[in-house]
Design a protein around this ligand. Structure first.
Ligand code: FMN
Length: 147
């Protein structure tokens, strides 16, 4: 049973809600329930206009979930950027850690400007993974500070 890690990027569809955070709450809620059951872990990074997501778990389960997510109307231009068999999980503690790029910009660079955006379609899969990891790290720091 191979453990697979997968990264994709997509464009966020403008929210039907007044508060775009509602979209993230919906994804977080679905992921919490489904991913735990499917033994899937990962990180979802949201930028003003894009999603970058890393999913890891049993190969077929990851591929099936990706096929479902791909059809979600919350985004489009879903592009698989990387998938590979991995030895161990990168994010074993998160059924899905949804993070905003604002928190990374704020923590790493002190930037509060939310109007600029990265274009993840132009970034290599290594750089994408770096962004996802720093998002995950920020969550850890935030959790430690609260505790
Ligand atoms: C960017 C994005 C990421 C998502 N990630 C997940 C995920 O990791 N796990 C999940 O179960 N659903 C995820 N979803 C939601 C699914 O597409 C789908 O709406 C949800 O799983 C439906 O759950 P249900 O079958 O329990 O109704 C994501 C949706 C979007 C737009």
């Amino acid at each position: 049973m191979d453990l697979t890690g997968l990264t994709y990027v997509s464009i966020r569809r403008p929210s039907r809600h007044t508060d775009p955070q509602e979209d993230l709450n919906r994804i977080q809620e679905a992921s919490r329930l489904n991913n735990q059951r499917l033994n899937i872990t990962g990180v979802l990074l949201c930028t003003p206009n894009h999603y970058i997501q890393f999913l890891e778990g049993e190969e077929k389960v990851v591929m099936d979930l990706f096929a479902k997510i791909e059809k979600d109307k919350g985004h489009y231009n879903v592009k698989l950027r990387h998938s590979a068999v991995v030895d161990q999980r990168q994010f074993p503690d998160w059924a899905m850690n949804v993070v905003s790029i604002d928190s990374i910009n704020q923590a790493l660079y002190g930037i509060q400007d939310t109007s600029s955006d990265v274009n993840p379609y132009h970034l290599s899969s290594d750089v994408l993974f770096g962004l996802l990891s720093s998002g995950a790290k920020q969550t850890l720091i935030a959790q430690t500070e609260v505790a």
